[in-house]
Design a protein around this ligand. Structure first.
Ligand code: AMP
Length: 192
């Protein structure tokens, strides 16, 4: 059982590195962004509600997001073997709730990988992604809003997890393989 949080600004490479880490460690992947986009694509009630926040670059309210995550853990028994949390938590309140949820299941967050990329490169990457992904939130206005939300609400998690002794900051620019190798080296001592 090994639970890993992959943390970083929009465009920092969370999805790309999570996909590799799943293959490497055989963990269950929970991407809250993908989960919400799936609801939007299926036009569910949750999808319509989520889209009102996502399209503006704002976060889904904590209470709702925590409920969704708790439900995802309960309804997927494979999560018991360990999870990569990609895009969750994004606030201190979510991080505390995650600690509680895992403690109730007799587990914990084992490590947090923080992908560190400067703002100019993030904007560049997100604009490029927007041309290919068709994501409604990859346009300049929403990107700027998402980066502000990240700096105000999500970046404080770095101190939260540093004080828990779990934070591993990794330079998130350069070749994908080099970043992946740096993550694996940093996590090696946490793998037990
Ligand atoms: P992502 O794919 O991780 O960049 O997420 C896309 C969008 O989904 C974010 O900009 C938020 O609007 C929403 N979202 C994803 N995860 C969370 C979360 N943990 N808390 C609140 N909102 C979230």
């Amino acid at each position: 059982m090994y639970n890993l949080v992959v943390f970083g600004a929009p465009g920092s490479g969370k999805g790309t590195q999570s996909a590799r880490l799943i293959d490497e460690y055989g963990l269950y992947h929970i991407s809250t962004g993908e989960l919400l986009r799936d609801h939007i694509a299926r036009d569910t009630e949750l999808g319509r509600l989520a889209n009102t926040y996502i399209s503006k670059g704002n976060l889904i309210p904590d209470e709702l997001m925590i409920d969704i995550l708790s439900h995802t853990l309960d309804s997927n028994p494979e999560t018991a073997r360990g999870v990569i949390f990609d895009g969750f938590p994004r606030t201190i309140e979510q991080a505390k709730a995650l600690n509680d949820m895992l403690a109730k299941r007799g587990s914990k967050v084992h490590a947090v990988v923080g992908l560190e990329v400067d703002d100019a490169e993030l904007v560049d990457r997100l604009l490029k992604r927007g041309q290919e992904s068709g994501r409604s939130d990859d346009n300049l206005e929403t990107i700027n809003r998402r980066l502000k939300v990240y700096n105000d609400q999500t970046a404080p998690l770095r101190d939260f997890y540093t004080s828990e002794g779990k934070y591993h900051g990794i330079k998130g620019s350069g070749a994908i393989d080099d970043i992946f190798n740096a993550i694996k080296s940093a996590l090696l001592p946490t793998r037990g």
